[in-house]
Design a protein around this ligand. Structure first.
Ligand code: NAP
Length: 548
């Protein structure tokens, strides 16, 4: 155990919250409302989490702004006006700053502070937490609001340190922005971040080399201003729309009217018409059109082929179009990308696509990078190479529960949680949108609100009943893990080498990380568990003095 006992004097809190993104901000607000003392520890110098770090050109949300919002405050909902259908990163960051100011959250946020260690002290029934600056705090509850896609990852290419130009990761973009005008730029990676940034970078740079290992399915956003009547409608009916979204599998309104039948039960011409309608509408609508697209390979093929044909129709060079066409995994089993002019970008003279599967990047050189076939001289390299998703940020903290067990070791073969909320052996440690919950397979704003409210209710229940600790029982955790796995394997998702499966990180266990049983079933389970006195959790002995 590496917790240092010689550090500065120790503050005590009811709850320490790690991270000041969407989740941490609301958690702090909710706990304060309930009269708890709480404090957020945040590595960045400002609020925003994902939206604080991911400032790459073209960064915007793939969930529509009106849905990607908090609903807990009627006043907040009414006073904030989104400008675009898919808000860009600066606008989302402004929103989260507004939330922080409006609810006076900053006085309980410690910025520029990473949590290095969190150890459960069994005799005191407290988490002893230490920051990278040596500050120590004791907290009854430790709440991880660390985000699902926050541990940015650069592949360990040889020569990273010898390249003389500039290197950027999309997930750690410089705050002052980057002007690529006149530059030769290499972009490595064609996931959502690459697909959003490449068209914007290509509009500035003299030459862009895109290194693509796996082509991605992407559909147009058709982004634009939100019409006044739509805004007005949401002002009046926002809560009604959220309730509808909560009744859909991924918590998205676009899923609220799926066909009642398989994609295979309609004639080919009708299917095309439905897909075309979805394509023209933009966003996730196309794959939400039929309920079996992520379950039945044959149905999936119809949607996949529709998008493949679109790519072939947009990209003028047939060889480049074929390289950009995904063929070896079902559509939507890697996160479907939502783009603005992505495939069109390959019709530009200054954009070159390199097949990084046939000829992988071997090393960075002083002046660029090298594949087996060729050297590329560039001024800048953009790593759009993704994240150690869902477990990376948590495993980056030394978290120790009962008997000094490390969470990282407990999760060595893949994360184990009950409901994605708690892990057996780690009392009073909550993970907001943790592995085993719908999280990234849902509208994050919706799932975050649900988790925050569940956790706040739980903590208040413990206080009101003088209960010191709560933790997942090993049995409930096992059952849930089996259920998460079984549910995933009833879908096509495990067929793709995706970050959902941990497949993007060498050596990471291949397990399906989020829960794909759907938002309604998950919410019902969480509600039932709480209503039955936190069934599946072990409630610890009465506290000598209850928190707060
Ligand atoms: P990602 O989806 O994991 O994509 C990373 C890309 O880098 C992939 O194309 C990957 O290829 C490639 N790559 C990784 N290592 C490589 C190597 N050694 N050589 C060549 N290529 C390599 O990461 P992301 O694009 O940052 O997106 C992650 C998630 O964040 C998204 O799926 C989404 O959930 C979220 N996100 C959302 C938005 C939005 O709201 N619009 C925007 C950005 C991100 P392989 O596919 O072959 O592994």
């Amino acid at each position: 155990m590496t917790f240092m006992t010689t550090a500065k004097s120790m503050a005590t809190l009811d709850a320490a919250i790690v991270g000041a993104g969407f989740a941490g901000l609301y958690m702090l607000h909710r706990l304060r409302e309930l009269g708890f003392s709480a404090r957020i520890y945040e590595a960045g110098s400002g609020v925003g989490g994902t939206w604080y770090w991911n400032r790459y050109p073209g960064a915007r949300c793939d969930v529509e702004s009106l849905e990607y919002s908090y609903t807990f405050s009627e006043e907040l909902r009414k006073e904030w006006q989104w400008t675009e259908r898919y808000a860009a990163q600066p606008e989302i960051l402004r929103y989260l700053n507004h939330v922080a100011d409006r609810f006076d959250l900053r006085r309980d946020i410690q910025f520029d502070t990473k949590i290095a260690v969190a150890v459960f002290n069994e005799s005191e029934k407290q988490w002893l937490i230490e920051t990278d600056g040596g500050d120590r705090v004791a907290a009854t509850f430790c709440i991880m609001a660390t985000g699902c896609l926050s541990a940015a990852r650069v592949p360990d290419f040889e020569g990273l340190e010898i390249f003389q130009g500039k290197q950027y990761h999309t997930g750690h973009w410089p705050h002052e922005g980057v002007d690529f005008t006149g530059q030769r730029v290499a972009v490595i990676g064609t996931g959502s971040s690459g697909i959003q940034s490449i068209p914007v970078i290509a509009g500035q740079a003299s030459q862009v080399y895109v290194f693509q290992r796996t082509p991605n399915f992407s559909v147009p956003a058709h982004n634009g201003p939100i019409a006044e009547d739509v805004k007005q409608d949401w002002q009046e009916n926002g809560p009604k729309y959220r309730a509808i979204a909560e009744s859909t599998p991924f918590g998205l309104l676009v899923q609220s009217k799926p066909a009642a039948h398989s994609a295979l039960e309609v004639a080919a011409a009708e299917r095309e018409r439905v897909y075309e309608q979805g394509w023209q509408a933009g966003g996730f609508g196309m794959i939400a059109a039929f309920p079996d697209i992520v379950i039945n390979r044959e149905s999936n093929d119809t949607a996949a082929e529709f998008v493949r044909n679109k790519i072939r129709g947009i990209v003028r060079n047939p060889a480049v179009a074929e390289m950009l066409t995904p063929k070896d995994y079902p559509i939507a089993t890697k996160r479907l990308c939502i783009d603005t002019g992505y495939f069109e970008t390959y019709n530009r003279d200054n954009v070159t696509l390199i097949d990084a599967r046939a000829t992988p990047v071997e090393a960075l050189t002083r002046t660029g990078l090298r594949t087996r076939d060729r050297e590329f001289e560039v001024d800048s390299i953009v790593f759009a190479t993704g994240f150690d998703a869902m477990t990376g940020a948590l495993n980056g903290i030394e978290i120790r529960g009962r008997h000094g067990e490390a969470l990282k070791e407990k999760w060595a073969a893949g994360p184990r949680t009950y409901l994605g909320l708690m892990a057996a052996g780690f009392p009073n440690l909550f993970t907001i949108t943790g592995p085993g919950s719908p999280s990234v397979l849902s509208n994050m704003a919706l799932s975050i609100e649900q988790h925050v409210e569940w956790i706040a209710d739980c903590v208040a229940h413990l206080r009101d009943h003088g209960i010191a600790t709560i933790e997942a029982s090993a049995g409930a955790e096992n059952e849930w893990l089996n259920h998460v796995n079984e549910t995933a394997h009833q879908t096509l998702f495990p067929l793709a080498n995706s970050w959902y499966m941990g497949a993007n990180i060498p050596g990471k266990p291949r397990v399906f990380l989020p829960y794909i049983g759907g938002v309604p079933a998950y919410r019902q389970k969480c509600d039932e568990v709480a209503a039955r006195g936190y069934e599946g959790f072990v409630l610890g002995e009465r506290a000598a003095r209850s928190p707060a």
